[in-house]
Design a protein around this ligand. Structure first.
Ligand SMILES: [Zn+2]
Length: 105
């Protein structure tokens, strides 16, 4: 969006003119995409070019980034569920013990 690859200069996405820090206009569009919100945006030299961009078909949102799960993440997830299982087992044992103490079981 709006950057020249050579030196990170801000440029208009329609005409490519270099923009200085005080004379640019940015437009961002948010819409549903793949069960979440997809954003597209562009920077322009002025409202006429922003209007031309809005009037044209919008580009597809950038593809959803799917981060590969590392082995460390899998171990952390397994550890979390192991702790939940132990806490659940002790809670159930506690409920059974209290029920036996009260005389329900
Ligand atoms: Zn322009």
């Amino acid at each position: 969006m709006g950057y020249e690859e050579s030196d990170d200069t801000l440029v208009c996405d329609i005409c490519g003119v270099s923009l200085d820090e005080d004379s640019w206009l940015a437009v961002a569009i948010t819409r549903p995409h793949a069960k979440r919100l997809g954003d597209v945006g562009a920077v322009f030299c002025g409202q006429p070019h922003a209007a031309a961009w809005i009037a044209s078909p919008l580009p597809d949102p950038s593809p959803l980034a799917t981060e590969p799960r590392s082995g460390r993440d899998r171990v952390a997830t397994a550890g979390f569920w192991a702790v939940i299982a132990v806490v659940g087992a002790f809670s159930l044992a506690g409920v059974v013990a209290v029920a036996q103490w009260v005389g329900v079981l």
